[in-house]
Write a protein that binds this ligand. Structure first.
Ligand code: TEU
Ligand code: CA
Length: 563
């Protein structure tokens, strides 16, 4: 199967819902499944095809559902299995597909399997997890958890440590154990046989670790602990496991499969998304959303540089063109709001123009577009100055480590990092309208609403055809209308550094995409080989002018021409 073969998951547009923060139907302040069902018409209006639900399974919510306690039960705060069945049925009636978020690198420490595993060294479930003897009174190696502290938790009952790359309540499953793999394939079939349309697989490239568990490099990002990534990602058996999963489960259904793969390289990505279809349809790489990262990872005060992102995304466009498939995203539940981070939310004009330009710049590229809830409205980061306004375990642990323990940041400096990069920015409630709590809940929201909601909400944009919402809707419609947008070959054009200009080419047609990342006016001269061609302006974020040979781009202007 060549990468250019038509596939529904290549032509689809995905919308990610973080159920906890999307819509509360029963006034308990927590979003739920019935709330999503009441908002399906809004999503249909946007024109998306697939809804990716962040985890909705039973969970103690140490990491907001990414710590699953029962893979076959619905989290009680989100509703019942009957509510899920209704959501699935209503979505399918509207022609919307449902992608579930499968978190199988680790489970909650409250899962039955782990409760059994920790009871004794010869319990039948012992080898469902990764247990090691300590080194004297120290953990088995120096790995940091990506949520800070050691990646090993000492468990007194059996005098051993278990591995948790994430929080201590997220115990890594042992994929070397065929029984674990069997359990995972069974639970995947449970959901597929209910009719779900595929999976987004959480940190799926972590399921094979380097067997020797060697120490990682101490970079300072996690204090005295070492970076596990080179030894916990893309391990020696990862492709064997995914090919087995594909043979046993995935290949038996017409589904979309998306692997979230931190620190994936191009070579690995080509294997994960190989055109023969023996593993996954697409992967989520992180290179373009880590360009600001410094010594302390995302908790940095550096701003991104457009030339870094332009270069990185062009590498991914070129690299996977003939041998794989990209997922296209600026935002998800782990990233802060793109209009604040990569655009400019300092004035209403720059906010509107840069939000539209970011959408155009990304979604005219090759790959499956992912839109995160609220991104279609230009929802912004919140600038809250109390750490108690934040709930994300990653940010809270980072604050403890970097401010209280290592003292590398003052409180104000750390709050600046969290305001700019923290995951909670994506988790403040969806801003439906300008009524109390932005119409998200009739109760007290589990996390405060971004005060910006009176200016930015769905109700005000649905009635304004010049809104960011309609710009997204029009971009999505263009992808449906013009095959070149899905299958055309990407080619970066030379331009001044704060412009990003590229073409997409198929036989006899060229799509020219011009984006300015500048708040000032910028001059752009159309390349000679294109200047002579007949042109049609497909979309732009300013009133069209008929300038062509030399264009004076207005602040954050974008234009798409079909030549
Ligand atoms: O994220 C994996 C992951 O790599 C992120 O934790 C990323 O490193 C971090 O957000 C960058 O700041 C997945 C889920 O998307 C995330 O929500 C979970 O917390 C994590 O796995 C554990 O399940
Ligand atoms: Ca609720």
């Amino acid at each position: 199967m060549n990468t250019q073969d038509k596939q529904w998951w290549k032509e689809a547009v995905v919308y990610q819902i973080y159920p906890r923060s999307f819509m509360d139907s029963n006034g308990d302040g927590i979003g739920d499944l019935r709330g999503i069902t009441t908002r399906l018409d809004y999503l249909k209006e946007l024109g998306v095809d697939v809804l990716w639900l962040s985890p909705i399974y039973d969970s103690p919510n140490d990491d907001n559902g990414y710590d699953i306690r029962d893979y076959r039960a619905i989290m009680k705060e989100f509703g019942t299995m009957a509510d899920f069945d209704e959501l699935l049925e209503e979505a399918h009636k509207l022609g919307l597909k449902i992608l579930m978020d499968m978190v199988v690198n680790h489970s909650s420490d409250e899962h039955l399997w782990f409760r059994e595993s920790r009871m004794s060294r010869n319990n039948p479930y012992r080898d469902y997890y990764i247990w090691r003897e300590g080194r004297g009174n120290n953990p088995p190696n120096n790995w940091a958890s990506w949520f800070y502290g050691s990646a090993w938790e000492y468990d007194p009952p059996t005098d051993m440590y278990y591995l948790h790359i994430f929080s201590r309540k997220q115990a890594d499953l042992n994929w070397e154990n065929p029984k674990v793999r069997e359990e995972v394939y069974d639970l995947m079939k449970f959901w597929l046989d209910k009719g779900v349309d595929g999976f987004r697989m959480d940190v799926i490239n972590l399921i094979s670790k380097t067997p020797e568990y060697p120490d990682g490099e101490v970079t300072g990002q996690y204090g005295a602990y070492g970076e596990p990534a080179p030894f916990c990602c893309n391990g020696p058996r990862v492709h064997e496991f995914l090919e087995e999963m594909n043979r046993e489960v995935l290949s038996k259904y017409d589904i979309m499969t998306v692997g979230e793969t931190p620190v994936v390289t191009m070579e690995e990505a080509k294997r994960y998304t190989n055109a023969a279809g023996t593993e996954l349809n697409m992967v989520v790489q992180f290179d373009h959303v880590k360009t600001e990262h410094g010594t302390y990872g995302k908790y940095t005060r550096q701003r991104f540089r457009i030339e870094d992102i332009k270069r990185i995304m062009s590498v991914w466009q070129d690299g996977l063109y003939s041998s794989g498939w990209n997922s296209l995203y600026w935002e998800n539940h782990d990233q802060s709001r793109s209009v604040s981070r990569f655009g400019d939310d300092s004035t209403p004009l720059l906010w509107e123009k840069s939000a539209k330009m970011l959408a155009c710049c990304l979604y005219m590229q090759q790959g499956t577009p992912f839109i995160y809830q609220g991104q279609e409205l230009g929802m912004t980061n919140a600038r809250l100055d109390s750490i108690s306004d934040y709930h994300d375990i990653e940010a809270l642990n980072a604050y403890k480590t970097l401010v209280e323990q290592e003292q590398v940041y003052t409180h104000d400096e750390m709050m600046d990092c969290i305001n700019r990069m923290g995951r909670d920015n994506a988790r403040f409630p969806f801003q439906w309208d300008a009524t109390a709590n932005a119409g998200f809940t009739a109760g007290t929201p589990w996390i405060r609403v971004n005060p910006h909601y009176t200016a930015v909400n769905a109700a005000s944009q649905i009635i304004d055809e010049n809104s960011i919402f309609y710009f997204y809707k029009n971009l999505v419609a263009l992808r449906k209308k013009h095959r070149i947008i899905v299958y055309g070959k990407y080619r970066l054009l030379k331009s001044p550094e704060d412009l990003w200009v590229y073409v997409r080419e198929v036989e006899g047609q060229t799509l020219l995409v011009i984006n300015s990342f500048s708040a000032e006016e910028r001059y752009y001269a159309i390349p000679e080989d294109l200047a002579e061609k007949k042109r049609e302006l497909l979309i732009g974020n300013y009133p069209a002018d008929d300038k062509w040979n030399g264009i004076n781009l207005r602040p954050y202007e974008c234009r798409v021409y079909l030549l």
